[in-house]
Design a protein around this ligand. Structure first.
Ligand code: RI2
Length: 311
């Protein structure tokens, strides 16, 4: 039998190494791991339970610094109550289940809302591998619209390969391009649809590296730029003035064998920031909103998060 902390550390390692990836999925995986941990530990009492799950939450939180879905998911799960050990355990497990269910429902709802913007014959460009952006694309296709997708490779991890395999499985006509070909094809595109790792209080988007350059190209070509983001991708911290940390990943992801080159340093930021001026709409599960409304989404949907943080 494995120890609860080993199982949790195993999930944490899968998130860190990106075996489990995608902002929504890491949130759900962290919530489920915390639930499994809480159900399998054997603390002497409520205080020890609180301490142990607190430590487990910290292990998960440290895995990927940018994705706010991770910290929002963990905080939602950690808002359990209960005077004694068993009720606390039950409450935590209920919170985790509620988060997972809410997340899955949000992805489906965003598919419905976002797909209304897609017309028959449209060409959609997507970047990286976003389950939420793909939900919009699939819902549009399933409703009978004849669409074509252009997918970027999304170097250095090539998440675009996951995207084209999924699209191929659904029978959607797809073209794969290298990231730097976006300007060359953007005039053929009706909508850019991307996912989100973080939406900030001022409506800016933090997403896979390369997104900001695509937004610039789309803006110049007057192509609509749509973001698909559940409300738990909005960052309460940014409302308190904090900047979103951009994860820098290992040099080897970009250039295996880099250590042999003594005068070269590889820089590998995993995400970039697209200013809100370049975004036409953010499709959330509570509606398609202009990015400038992000502040309200944080206040209305994540207001509890602000408790105790007032200036
Ligand atoms: P969903 C991914 O991050 C990409 O940046 C993608 O746009 C975003 O998560 C959202 O994905 P990574 O884990 O939540 O590949 O829409 O670094 O699935």
């Amino acid at each position: 039998m494995t120890r609860p902390m080993d199982d949790l550390a195993d999930t944490a390692e899968k998130i860190r190494s990106m075996e489990i990836r995608g902002a929504a999925l890491i949130g759900r995986a962290a919530a489920s791991a915390l639930k499994e941990f809480a159900l399998s530990i054997d603390p002497a009492g409520i205080d020890e339970f609180n301490a142990q799950v607190g430590r487990a939450a910290d292990v998960l939180l440290k895995t990927r610094p940018t994705a706010v879905s991770l910290s929002n998911a963990i905080r939602m799960v950690m808002r359990y109550d209960g005077e004694d050990l068993e009720s606390a355990r039950t409450s935590l497990a209920k919170n985790a289940d509620a988060f997972v269910e809410r997340s899955l429902r949000a992805v489906e709802r965003i598919g419905e809302i976002g797909s209304r913007r897609v017309r028959d014959g449209d060409v959609i460009l997507t970047h990286c591998n976003s389950s939420v952006a793909l939900s919009i694309i699939k819902t549009a296709f399933d409703s009978g619209k004849d669409i074509k997708v252009i997918a970027t490779e999304s170097r250095p991890r090539y998440q675009g390969h996951l995207t084209i395999k999924t699209l191929d499985g659904w029978g959607i006509e797809t073209e794969l391009v290298v990231d730097s070909a976006v300007r060359s094809v953007i005039n053929e595109v009706d909508h850019v649809i991307v996912g989100a790792d973080v939406i900030t209080a001022n409506g800016s988007l933090v997403n896979k590296i390369g997104t900001a350059a695509i937004a610039l190209a789309a803006s110049e070509a007057r192509t609509s730029f749509v973001v698909a983001a559940e409300t738990y991708k909005f960052s309460p911290e940014t409302m308190m003035g904090e900047l979103v940390p951009i994860e820098e990943r290992a040099a080897e992801e970009v250039y295996p064998g880099i250590s042999e080159l003594l005068h070269v340093r590889v820089r590998n930021p995993a995400f970039d920031v697209t200013p809100h001026q370049y975004i036409d709409v953010i499709c959330t599960e509570v509606g398609a909103i202009p990015p400038e409304m992000s502040y309200l989404v944080i206040k209305e949907m994540l207001g509890w998060e602000m408790e105790g943080r007032a200036l």
